[in-house]
Design a protein around this ligand. Sequence first.
Ligand code: HEC
Length: 217
Amino acid sequence: MPMLSSLKFVIAASFALVPSTVWAQGGLPEGNGKDLVAGICTGCHQTDMITRSSGYSREHWKELIGTMIDLSPDQATQSAITQYLAEKFPPNTQRAAKTVPGPVQVAFKEWQVPTLGQRARDPVEAPDGTIWWAGQFGNLIGHLDPASGAMKEYQLPPNAKPHTITLDAKGTPWYSGNMNGTIGKVDPATGKATEYKMPDPKAKDPHTLVFDQKGIL
Ligand code: HEC
């Protein structure tokens, strides 16, 4: 079970207090247990998962973190962490659902992509409100301006068959070349694609891309 063994690895790293990847630790209020939470809970995600959560009772925190990390071998740590979380992040209404009296009309607007049968997928919104999508079977990525409805498609190098797009800090679209084992980017001004081969030729099917805080993909 690879998932379990990687979990164990993270736990071991956390207890040694030298986590392999430490995400941003901002936003945690002072208090007993803060350093433990900052050290142990940032191995996989940032503290905003905690600060933006809907808050929980101590029992519920214990149950929730039990789905991510097994702290039961160290009761003192488990207790300090759950005490801190329950005290600083009790149940709140930040993410409470807003009920609207029904029935409600919801309007959908659709845009037909220019190349048919392209399997348009995985749209992402750029900071300027425009939308990028991957046209996997069409071997293209597309760009939509919802304000005007204008759409532009960019052909990719042969057989890239992009799966997903993510945007870098400058808004340049990067795609995973699902079929030819590449990661690529497209310059929207020139339409020129640059490809990077996966280092291991046996590595197939690159999927979902994420930039870290240093801009490493
Ligand atoms: C082994 C990796 C890992 C560790 C260590 C970890 N988490 Fe998580 N956590 C996750 C994953 C994966 C998610 C789900 C992320 C998503 O949905 O995008 C998550 C989600 C969350 C959420 C959001 C869930 C919700 O329902 O609100 C909270 C809160 C959270 N973690 C708190 C913690 C706390 C507190 C700790 C430290 C005790 C911790 N996490 C340690 C992997 C981890």
